[in-house]
Ligand binder design. Structure first.
Ligand SMILES: *[C@@H]1O[C@H](CO)[C@@H](O)[C@H](O)[C@H]1NC(C)=O
Ligand SMILES: *[C@@H]1O[C@H](CO)[C@@H](O)[C@H](O)[C@H]1NC(C)=O
Ligand SMILES: *[C@@H]1O[C@H](CO)[C@@H](O)[C@H](O)[C@H]1NC(C)=O
Ligand SMILES: *[C@@H]1O[C@H](CO)[C@@H](O)[C@H](O)[C@H]1NC(C)=O
Ligand SMILES: *[C@@H]1O[C@H](CO)[C@@H](O)[C@H](O)[C@H]1NC(C)=O
Ligand SMILES: *[C@@H]1O[C@H](CO)[C@@H](O)[C@H](O)[C@H]1NC(C)=O
Ligand SMILES: *[C@@H]1O[C@H](CO)[C@@H](O)[C@H](O)[C@H]1NC(C)=O
Ligand SMILES: *[C@@H]1O[C@H](CO)[C@@H](O)[C@H](O)[C@H]1NC(C)=O
Ligand SMILES: *[C@@H]1O[C@H](CO)[C@@H](O)[C@H](O)[C@H]1NC(C)=O
Ligand SMILES: *[C@@H]1O[C@H](CO)[C@@H](O)[C@H](O)[C@H]1NC(C)=O
Ligand SMILES: *[C@@H]1O[C@H](CO)[C@@H](O)[C@H](O)[C@H]1NC(C)=O
Ligand SMILES: *[C@@H]1O[C@H](CO)[C@@H](O)[C@H](O)[C@H]1NC(C)=O
Length: 718
């Protein structure tokens, strides 16, 4: 939203004569005299005010070079003066690397119309003199580190000209002042998003500022109900308070704001129905996801002809999707996931929704077959229908969707995996394909049956009880980053070509019947050796479990999970090369030999599970150096010798070590003899300080990683 330049032309109306000499009443004479005494340069007082601002900065980002006393401040960097070069009108100092505080002296610049200090590192408070300036129309201090509250203006303050105030992305706290805003009767835009404001959501200025149009309050801590007073905001076009703590229902008053185009209350605790919303005929955006809304989508939704985004995901809504939604022909983005919508989706005709780009109906109770009309939405690039009660095979018509990039069809009772993959391989732009929990007991397609998928980055085909081998056609997916084949019945060895998948960093093939040795190719995986996954944002967040969502590929952990298979032989010492690994699970196999010493090089490891194998020898000293380790299990092997009694490993419970009769240690049934003094005790004094430090790290890591581990466990649902 562009600020309205309504008052820019009126700048010459301002009374700036006092910098010049006492007014004589004769405007012409005054101008002439001004010209004479200043020869078009800024006033001494303006220069002083600016220099005072400069001296308040601890880092001036190089401004000092041109901001020299004795020179015309109209020539200084970032300063623009009025036409005749006499009055500072615009200060434009965004992204200059400025540090320090904002001097109230800027409020003395009586000609200043626009002040932009956005994207610096300014700290301290926002001087009241700027908000209550008698000239400033546009004030942007967004993206700084400003703190404190906004104070109330003195009650004697006359009406203020401020139209646009952007204080977003700072560290402001406290309640929003209310009386101040009664003086702000020219306000059009208030952007206070991404701060730490608390208390009631402010709406009082609606009554005082007749042109008020944009209220952006997202990412704060406003609480309580949406207050009364909104009905006076008749010009409001944007109302956004996403990511706050608002409760109660959407007030009826809200449904009278017929100018409203964007209504966003994502992630609050709102409840009740949305029935009244269809009175807002100009709505373009409805973003009410992640609340506690209930009831159904009214049939009148079809009256919202301008609607482009309908986002009601993760509420408690139910009922059918009304067929009238087909009248919202401008819809680009529909997300109804995580509700309790039901009914035969085939009753909805999607073919009128030509602009639809993203459709997410995941985790509902829709029945019937996936309607063919979806496949006439030619602009569809993201389709998520996972976790519904559909039946039937995948339609050939999905081939029509040439833009399709993200497809999630998990757990919708699909059959015929070979046919499904042969159809999907025609969608050349597919980058994400999630189709697990389908195709029960079928056989993994053979190599000559599948080609294509050359752009695929994320592929999950877990929990299908598939038999067969890891197929060769996967080797052609040269852009693959994540491969999830867990919970199937695949047999045979891990193929050597695996290391040719240069981008693969998340490999979960656990709980199959894979056998053979851990191939040396696997310890050559390039992406697990170096930690530089190029970040890419998904078209839709990938849900792993109920509340966890990944929006970006690089947030997924680097995983090698070979657990619960039939692997034999030793753990190759070269495993120490996979420095980026965060989770290594080799549990429940038939691995033998010693735990390789090189494991200490896996310094990013947060989860290490080697349990239930046939490993022998002692616990390598280096394991104690894995400071990020928060889950560790070597139980049920044949290890021997002492368990360290200090350091990272000593923080794990005895269950991490159980089932190794030859291990000894204070927390185990078998205590160490004198000959088996734990290796760490030799340097115990030095370790005392270190160990409390390590404990803190591991505690911190446990939190960070507790989440990670949950995500890994929960990732079994996608
Ligand atoms: C700027 O110069 C004027 C006159 O020479 C002097 O009075 C003033 O103190 C100077 N200001 C600063 C900030 O150095
Ligand atoms: C302030 O400057 C930044 C960076 O140039 C710009 O993005 C922003 O729109 C400006 N603010 C206003 C209110 O014009
Ligand atoms: C601050 O908000 C104003 C009004 O919405 C907008 O024009 C400006 O671009 C925003 N500033 C930044 C840096 O985004
Ligand atoms: C609010 O400011 C933020 C910058 O912090 C900007 O990204 C956003 O677009 C602005 N919102 C509005 C409605 O102006
Ligand atoms: C709206 O404004 C009018 C006049 O300013 C006032 O009388 C009325 O009480 C306000 N309504 C609400 C709901 O605040
Ligand atoms: C949000 O509100 C609920 C209930 O009013 C309260 O229990 C909770 O602590 C609040 N959360 C935050 C982050 O303020
Ligand atoms: C979903 O709706 C059905 C009726 O359509 C109801 O029986 C069921 O309890 C609801 N489930 C949830 C989780 O609300
Ligand atoms: C889905 O719908 C069926 C039939 O209407 C109902 O029996 C079942 O409880 C629903 N499932 C959920 C999770 O609400
Ligand atoms: C497929 O992806 C490429 C590269 O991202 C893009 O240029 C092209 O437009 C896409 N094709 C379609 C039909 O969306
Ligand atoms: C599987 O799908 C393919 C392609 O649609 C089809 O040719 C084949 O007949 C299907 N097989 C079964 C058993 O339905
Ligand atoms: C593991 O391999 C052994 C010997 O090759 C075989 O007897 C056993 O059935 C296999 N176990 C599984 C779970 O595949
Ligand atoms: C473990 O290894 C030992 C010696 O290498 C062998 O005798 C034993 O049978 C193995 N146990 C299992 C369960 O494979």
């Amino acid at each position: 939203m562009k600020p309205m330049p309504r008052q820019l032309s009126s700048s010459s109306n301002r009374d700036n004569s006092r910098f010049c000499m006492p007014p004589f009443g004769q405007a012409l004479l005054l101008l002439l005299l001004c010209f004479v005494c200043h020869a078009g340069s800024c006033t001494e007082q303006e220069r002083e005010s600016l220099l005072q601002f400069l001296s308040g900065l601890s880092n001036d980002g190089g401004l000092g070079v041109s901001w020299q006393n004795g020179t015309d401040c109209c020539t200084w960097e970032g300063i623009t003066c009025s036409g005749n070069g006499a009055v500072v009108e615009v200060i434009s100092l965004a992204s200059r690397g400025l540090e320090g505080s904002i001097s109230p002296s800027l409020g003395d610049l009586t000609g200043l119309l626009r002040l932009n200090l956005s994207r610096n590192s300014l700290s301290g408070g926002l001087p009241l003199e700027l908000v209550s300036s008698s000239s400033i129309v546009v004030l942007d201090v967004s993206f700084n580190y400003l703190t404190g509250g906004l104070s109330e203006l003195p009650s004697s303050t006359p009406d203020r000209p401020l139209q646009v105030l952007n204080i977003s992305s700072n560290l402001f706290t406290g309640n929003f002042p209310s009386t101040t805003w009664e003086r702000m009767n020219n306000l059009v835009v208030l952007n206070a998003s991404n701060n730490r404001f608390t208390g009631q959501m402010p709406t009082s200025f609606c009554a005082s500022a007749p042109s008020f149009a944009v209220l952006e309050l997202s990412y704060n801590q406003f609480s309580g109900r949406i207050p009364a007073g909104l009905s006076n905001c008749s010009k409001l076009t944007l109302l956004s308070a996403s990511y706050n703590n608002l409760t109660g229902t959407l007030p009826d008053e809200l449904f009278d704001l017929t100018s409203l185009k964007h209504l966003c209350f994502l992630r609050n605790q709102l409840e009740g129905s949305i029935k009244g919303i269809t009175k807002l005929k100009n709505l373009v955006t409805i973003d009410l996801g992640q609340n506690r809304l209930s009831g159904s989508i009214p049939n009148s939704i079809g009256q919202l002809k301008r609607l482009e985004k309908l986002h009601l995901a993760y509420n408690s809504m139910s009922g059918e999707l009304p067929s009238t939604v087909g009248n919202c022909r401008n819809l680009k983005n529909m997300n109804l996931g995580g509700n309790n919508f039901s009914g035969d989706l085939g009753n909805v005709n999607f073919s009128t929704l030509r602009n639809l780009q993203s459709l997410d109906l995941m985790s509902n109770n829709f029945t019937g077959t996936v309607p063919e009309s979806i496949y006439s939405c030619r602009n569809l690039s993201a389709l998520q229908l996972s976790n519904n009660s559909f039946h039937g095979q995948l339609s050939e018509k999905i081939r029509n969707l040439k833009c399709l990039s993200f497809v999630s069809l998990v757990d919708i009772s699909l059959t015929n995996i070979t046919g499904s993959l042969q159809i999907l391989q025609s969608c050349r732009n597919l980058t994400t394909l999630l189709i697990g929990y389908n195709f029960m007991q079928e056989t993994m397609p053979e190599d000559d049956e599948i080609y294509g998928f050359e752009n695929l980055r994320i592929f999950s085909l877990n929990d299908c009880s598939l038999s067969g081998k890891i197929p060769k056609w996967l080797s052609k997916l040269t852009n693959l980053e994540m491969l999830s084949l867990y919970n199937n019945q695949l047999n045979g060895a891990i193929p050597d070509w695996i290391s040719s998948l240069n981008f693969l960093f998340h490999i979960d093939i656990s709980n199959n019947s894979l056998s053979g040795e851990i191939p040396s190719a696997l310890v050559e995986m390039p992406m697990l050796k170096s930690d530089n996954v190029p970040p890419k944002v998904f078209e839709l967040p990938i849900c792993t479990g109920y509340a966890l969502q990944y929006r970006i590929n690089s947030a997924f952990p680097k995983v090698l999970n070979l657990g619960i298979n039939n692997f034999t032989g030793i753990i190759p010492n070269e495993i120490g090369q996979l420095k980026a690994l965060q989770l290594l699970n080799l549990s429940s196999n038939r691995l033998s030999g010693e735990i390789p010493e090189s494991i200490y090089k896996l310094t990013n490891l947060q989860v290490l599970d080697l349990s239930s194998n046939n490993l022998t020898g002692t616990i390598p000293d280096g394991l104690n150096k894995l400071h990020f380790l928060s889950a560790f299990n070597i139980s049920n092997n044949d290890l021997e010798g002492p368990v360290p009694n200090a350091g990272q490993l000593s923080t794990f419970p005895s269950t991490s070590f159980d089932g190794n009769p030859k291990l000894c240690g204070p927390m185990l049934a078998r205590h160490c003899g004198l000959a088996q003094t734990p290796f760490v005790s030799t340097k115990q004094n030095a370790d005392k300080v270190v160990s409390s430090f390590v404990f803190m790290i591991s505690f911190g890591a446990f939190f960070a990683v507790g989440v990670l581990y949950d995500q890994i466990v929960l990732s079994r649902f996608f």
